[in-house]
Design a protein around this ligand. Structure first.
Ligand code: PMP
Length: 754
């Protein structure tokens, strides 16, 4: 009764109840004469704002005929406390919208009524509303940035950071050219009253805002799509089509609609996280929390081009048609024919996010293949770090700057103590090149031992140490200073044990050196990527390392593919083999796509390398790269990505081994963490290239990116961004299952089997 005593109602109060609300204290009051009232109690400081709301409500009510919570003609006692302002409205009939009531007809009616109300709102000029900033106004979404830290899950947080930064960098500038108006600003289901499959009225103008008109539709759509997550685009089409009939939208407005929906969802989860952290009366504000997260997670997995096209089509505009064929033609004009494209029909990419890639035709690909975007495509933490620094200072290592030191320190802290020096470079090729140069300079010898089917880079030296290049088409075999050792492979290998591989390597090294060229280095990947995702047979490096060290041959381990936590159990692949190399080559994931590379080694090696010749790389170790590298390390840690690689990778391997039982053509399932290979074989146990190729192309047709590798390209290769989830694995496995079932003709490829 606390506040009701100040109001003189036209009849006796029969009952009253407190209602959920946000920003004001609300009561429903039922009188003995049968009328119901809504009483809202505000702080007196809000009086000007509330009276403006009342003025606006009265204007639209009169001209649109839509029922709104207009002030009711009741009287007040003159002695109302000075610190409150009370508004009483007649209760509008009907009930709040909910999923059961939301028929397509009703959705169409809601869209039409929203458009009608907006048409009226557009005519209203209000300096008070214009000037008012608040967290829920989509225009002011960035006010919520400070609340991001209340979000507990790092994998959730990154989505909100991404969408709010997109809002900041793309939407705010776009706003300048759009129509603005007063809008209701909060057409969530609780504020839409319905009766008999029609809109009864709109309530709660507490979030009335001045914003681009499209925000009104974005907010309505957000709540309807949350209500129907599995049919969200079908429902959106109905809303847009009917809204557009009364309130014609422009293409520009429709183009930013998907991002505005993502912005509204982001604001909503920020507000929920803040409310939770403050442990305030959260029930009302937390209603949307779960559906908002659900829709946000769905949103990242859908190409924005697709959404824009759906929205534009609903309004009768035609979809964008990409000129992919022309792009291909133009590329051929400027590029060498040796520059390849994946797949029989190449994919024209326009954008990517985390483990999803978006193509120009609107399709979304699940990326099970690209390991360069290690922490996820276009991760906002990386984009932010790099773009902030590139606006500030980008110079070279001949000047002192802090990030060179802090980044080098952070990187080295990830290695055993004996590896305490780093050379910062621009690519894996540059790193393998420098590592071999260091080994040659330090030892004064010139031979290099490599593994069969190795790949370490595309520079002249890179090709020389890459059997995958010099032994394949266009290559001219090993240079005279190269010793090629057999790839120590457990499955279908030439030896059954590590010991046998070691004995053979020892013999080959001795024979090679006896011919007059001493070895400066041995280089290998812990799991051979181009060899076909082949983990070097367990024990091989452990046996080989002391032998090489005794002979003064430096061990270079190439972690370009395997490093930075991808293997799950180990941060570096050499740890899996229980050795500490003399030099480590880093690339790809180190910069999440920003071109970086590094060589990590010991003080003893760098001292011996320092023969008076300056070491300098124009771009290596520049401040932008250092900040990017720091952001990569921080993100791996913050998001627990090594652990995710371990868990998701183990699950994937388990599922593949399960599949292998039904499909023996999956001859060997191998790998660690999120670095996985599946060797396809035929009925004779031999390489089945045709099947592997068929699977890769069929997966692509089902919008999953993978590739093949191995000398005969018969190994399916999976090495996704480390944010890959178990749900992503499920989709991969289900799709692979369907493909294997449908392609039994590829099981038998030997002559005997046809
Ligand atoms: N080493 C390995 C194991 C690689 O996979 C690659 C690239 N595929 C490189 C070195 C060369 O790295 P980059 O392409 O950055 O020069």
């Amino acid at each position: 009764m606390e506040f009701l005593q100040y109001i003189i109602f036209p009849a006796e109060i029969r009952s009253f109840s407190k209602l959920d609300g946000y920003g004001s204290i609300n009561y429903k009051v039922s009188l003995a004469n049968g009328t119901d009232y809504l009483v809202k109690v505000y702080k007196a400081s809000e009086q000007k704002q509330i009276q403006e709301e009342e003025r606006i409500i009265a204007l639209i009510q009169a001209s649109s005929g839509i029922q709104l919570t207009a002030p009711a003609p009741v009287k007040f006692l003159s002695a109302i406390p000075a610190d409150i302002y009370i508004r009483v409205s007649e209760f509008i009939g009907g009930v709040s919208l909910n999923k059961e009531l939301a028929t397509d007809t009703l959705l169409a009616d809601i869209a039409g009524a929203t458009a009608t109300m907006l048409t009226r709102l557009q005519k209203i000029d209000s300096d008070i509303v214009k000037a008012r900033e608040h967290d829920w106004n989509v225009r002011d979404a960035l006010r919520n940035k400070s609340k991001i830290d209340f979000i507990e899950e790092a994998s959730d947080k990154k989505i909100v950071i991404y969408y709010l930064s997109l809002f900041e960098h793309e939407i705010i500038p776009a706003f300048q050219n759009l129509r603005h108006s007063v809008i209701h600003g909060d057409l969530n289901e609780a504020n839409i009253l319905v009766k008999e499959n029609k809109v009864q009225g709109f309530i709660d103008f507490g979030d009335i805002s001045h914003a681009p008109v499209i925000c009104e539709l974005a907010i309505l759509l957000t709540y309807i799509m949350m209500m129907f997550p599995d049919e969200c685009f079908e429902k959106a089409k109905i809303i847009i089509a009917h809204f557009h009939k009364t309130f014609p939208l422009t293409e520009k407005e429709l183009e930013i609609l998907p991002q505005l929906i993502a912005t509204r969802l982001s604001v909503s989860v920020c507000k929920s996280a803040e409310a939770k952290a403050a442990a305030v009366d959260t029930d009302y504000i937390l209603i949307s929390e779960k559906p908002a997260w659900h829709l946000l997670h769905k949103w990242i997995a859908v190409n924005p081009i697709y959404i824009v096209n759906v929205f534009k089509n609903a309004a009768g505009f035609s979809a964008q048609i990409p000129d992919t064929l022309n792009l291909l033609k133009e590329r051929k004009k400027v590029a060498s024919p040796g520059l390849s494209l994946s797949y029989r029909k190449p994919i024209h990419m326009t954008a990517a996010l985390f483990q999803y890639m978006y193509a120009a035709d609107g399709n979304t690909y699940l990326d099970a293949y690209n390991n360069i975007p290690h922490v996820g495509h276009c991760h906002p933490a990386i984009a932010e770090a790099a773009s902030k620094q590139i606006r500030k200072l980008n110079t070279n290592t001949r000047y002192l700057f802090e990030s060179y030191v802090s980044y080098s320190g952070q990187l080295l802290s990830l290695f055993p103590a004996s590896l305490d020096k780093v050379f910062l470079l621009n690519s894996g090729s540059e790193a393998s090149d420098l590592a071999t140069r260091i080994a040659k300079t330090v030892t004064g010898k010139k031979g290099v031992a490599v593994l069969e089917w190795s790949y370490h880079g595309h520079t002249q030296n890179g090709i020389n140490i890459s059997s995958h290049k010099f032994d394949k088409q266009g290559g001219s075999g090993p240079a005279e200073w190269i010793l090629r050792l057999p790839l120590p492979k457990a499955f279908n290998g030439r030896h059954p044990t590590a010991k046998a591989y070691f004995e053979e390597a020892k013999k080959l090294i001795e024979d090679f050196e006896n011919k007059g060229i001493s070895l400066a280095a041995f280089i290998a990947e812990p799991i051979s990527g181009c060899g076909g995702q082949v983990p070097l047979i367990d024990g091989y490096l452990k046996l080989l390392a002391p032998y090489l060290q005794a002979k003064g041959i430096l061990i270079i381990i190439d972690e370009v593919q395997t490093g930075f936590g991808r293997l799950g159990n180990w941060f570096w692949g050499f740890e899996m083999h229980g050795i500490v190399p003399d030099l480590v080559v880093l690339g790809k994931p180190i910069g999440n796509g920003h071109p970086m590379g590094a060589v990590v080694t010991s003080a003893a090696v760098t001292n011996a390398f320092n023969n008076g010749m300056e070491f300098f790389s124009s771009f290596g170790g520049n401040p932008v790269s250092c900040e990017t590298g720091k952001a990569v390390i921080a993100t791996i840690k913050n998001e627990g990505l090594q652990q995710n690689a371990l868990e998701v990778g183990a699950y994937w391997l388990e599922q593949l081994r399960f599949l292998q039982k039904e499909f023996p053509v999956l001859g060997d399932v191998r790998g660690e963490g999120l670095f996985i290979g599946v060797e396809c074989i035929n009925e004779q146990g031999k390489e089945n290239t045709a099947l592997a190729q068929e699977i890769t192309n069929a997966l692509k047709e089902k919008f999953i990116l993978t590739s093949t590798d191995g000398p005969l390209n018969n190994v399916l290769k999976m090495k996704p961004p480390l944010c890959f989830t178990k749900e992503n694995v499920d989709r991969y496995i289900e799709t692979l299952y369907t493909i294997l079932k449908a392609n039994q003709q590829f099981w038998f490829t030997s002559k005997k089997g046809g």
